[in-house]
Design a protein around this ligand. Structure first.
Ligand code: ARG
Length: 585
């Protein structure tokens, strides 16, 4: 808002000087000196063959009269800009009046976001935590900035885990009814699944025969054979119920609850397209597509010698059908893109919020779709790969015994720890409140890092009520609410008088521009940081001003309006981050 306003003034001055170029303005890197700055003069001077310092002076001389800013040249040729008192009041008023608190819409593209990615029959684990957190926030950000967004959970429900789980249940005598028709139909429970899959998964690594059988069972399910497919549907139902519960606890909402299996009828269609374009070939009985690009080498991670060898080779071919005709992970992803582009009109982008370690998978899938024109050339396919959540030892977060940690255990841990924290603060335990705080702690701890980077899961730090944390932000809004609840009068005209108040306005303006940064970076860290900065500017103001006991009625009314404005800006940002604010804490 303000930046654009200043740029307009500078550009009018440039026009007057017959310079057919545009100037840009940024927040000041020296807040003690000025609020905004323009570094454009250097380039402009070069282009027009003028002395930079002189040109800066000329620009300033040609700026239209304004009550809202002062302009000053600083050597060698910066233009420093300050908001005047009138400027602060003017923009504070505009921010207060605007429903979106001054954040304008950017785009109107149509986007499909693929996040969540829970697997049917397997318990959700720590590796599935970041996707719903980041995906939900990106979805809200895109929507907020004016895009049409469709979210799809894309369940992993068409892979080997189904055959493994079913076969294990069968061997454990749990599926007799379906095969012999005798006895009573058993109730397939979550506990049964949670036991069967890990057992089968471990077994497949040592028991070649079992693995082969599981492959066959998987194929029977994929071919919708009786009773394999019916049992699978039951397993899916039990799993999905549990998955929905966890996503709802994490505040992730999906428009589409589709899975790999829903793209099944598109698998053959996709394979036909690929084959008709001469892209596939048979290798050892499997259908593969070569996707490597000439001269390509994948960066070599420091791993075992064997791994290093593998990575030295170019991008391996995408395998679309196994020796036995079964579909693979890449196949279902390609078929899903075909399904989406068939069923949904003109998607500008499809974005996947999936572990960065799946990079090669997406490179393969995207290349096949582009080569086969399953994805139109003007459609962007983007993998937003997130880094790993590590333990304090810097390695992927595990249980003490070294096992992968279940998502359910993490959620319980968040609730327990947040509950303890509340108790130590003298607040009565309430599960809903503990969940709200625990999840906020987790989300902010996650989102305040750049998406692609690994970070350390440090729950004690995340849960602190002070510092850059989710609970601190929740607490700040609660505190504002409690003050507003205590005042009987409405706000009035805002008069920005003190340095602390100026800082609040500046931080709202910064927060507003961080939406665009987050949008460009596809990472929410800048938005998190700016939200925290505003909360902390508010705290400083609050500590230095008596609001409730202020005698000057005009001043008090201005404070109240300012509080409402801060609340609006913070709530808006937290809403985008999908962090809930409790009523009190
Ligand atoms: N189910 C997959 C996994 O657990 C994640 C799915 C990600 N989305 C996708 N379209 N491949 O690794």
């Amino acid at each position: 808002m303000v930046r654009k306003e200043i740029e307009k003034l500078l550009n009018i001055a440039l026009e007057k000087l017959n310079i057919d170029e545009k100037a840009s303005v940024s927040f000041s890197s020296f807040p003690e000196l000025c609020d905004y700055q323009s570094n454009s003069v250097f380039a402009l001077a070069k282009k027009t063959g003028q002395n930079p310092f002189d040109l800066a002076g000329k620009i300033i001389d040609n700026i239209e009269e304004t009550e809202f800013f002062t302009f000053e040249v600083a050597r060698p040729a910066f233009i420093n800009i300050k908001l005047t008192q009138k400027g602060y009041n003017h923009f504070a008023k505009l921010l207060s009046l605007d429903e979106r608190c001054g954040v304008s819409k950017l785009k109107s593209q149509k986007v499909l976001l693929d996040y969540g990615g829970a697997n049917v029959a397997k318990a959700l684990h720590v590796g599935h935590l970041r996707s719903p957190i980041i995906g939900e926030a990106l979805k809200r950000l895109y929507k907020f900035l004016g895009e049409e967004v469709i979210s799809d959970v894309h369940l992993g429900d068409w892979g080997l885990q189904m055959g493994l789980t079913e076969l294990q249940l069968y061997e454990d005598g749990k599926l007799d009814f379906y095969f012999s028709g005798k006895g009573k139909e058993p109730e397939l429970t979550l506990e049964m699944l949670n036991e069967a899959y890990p057992k089968a998964s471990a077994r497949k690594n040592t028991d070649e025969e079992f693995k082969k059988m599981a492959d066959e069972w998987t194929l029977k399910i994929q071919n919708k054979e009786k009773p394999y497919f019916e049992i699978y549907q039951k397993i899916r139902e039990v799993s999905v119920k549990e998955i929905k519960k966890h996503y709802s606890e994490l505040g992730a909402e999906f428009d589409l609850w589709l899975g790999e299996s829903d793209a099944d009828e598109y698998i053959n269609k996709a394979l036909d397209i690929i084959e008709s374009k001469g892209l596939s070939r048979i290798s050892e009985g499997a259908v593969v597509v070569d996707v490597a690009v000439e001269g390509e080498n994948i960066p070599i991670p420091k791993k075992s010698e064997e791994e290093v060898q593998r990575y030295k080779n170019p991008m391996p071919p995408a395998i679309l059908k196994k020796y036995n005709g079964g579909a693979l992970y890449a196949t279902t992803d390609i078929a899903t893109i075909l399904m989406r582009n068939t069923q949904i009109d003109r998607l500008n982008r499809i974005e996947y919020i999936v572990d960065a370690r799946q990079k090669n998978h997406f490179v393969q899938v995207f290349r096949v779709c582009k080569m086969a024109e399953i994805s139109p050339s003007d459609q962007q396919l983007i993998h937003i790969g997130y880094g790993t959540m590590n333990g304090s030892d810097g390695k992927p977060f595990k249980t003490r015994s070294g096992d992968t940690i279940k998502l359910e255990d993490i959620i319980n841990m968040l609730i327990d720890k947040a509950g303890e924290k509340l108790k130590s603060n003298g607040v009565e335990y309430d599960r809903k409140l503990a969940l709200q705080i625990g999840v906020a702690a987790m989300k902010f701890g996650d989102l305040s890092n750049n998406v692609g980077k690994d970070y350390v899961f440090d729950l004690d730090k995340f849960l602190s009520f002070e510092g850059k944390t989710g609970p601190y932000l929740q607490y700040t809004v609660c505190r504002i609410n409690s003050i507003l609840n205590k005042v009987s009068q409405d706000g009035g005209e805002i008069n920005i008088a003190s340095e602390e108040e100026k800082k609040i306005i500046k931080n709202i303006l910064k927060l507003n521009s961080s939406y665009e940064i987050a949008y460009k970076e596809k990472s929410l860290n800048s938005l998190c940081l700016a939200t925290f900065d505003l909360a902390s500017a508010f705290s400083t103001f609050y500590n230095n001003h008596k609001i409730l006991t202020e005698k000057d009625m005009h001043k008090k009314a201005s404070f109240i309006s300012l509080l409402k404005l801060v609340k609006k800006a913070l709530t808006q940002a937290l809403n985008v981050l999908a962090i809930e604010v409790p009523e009190k804490m």
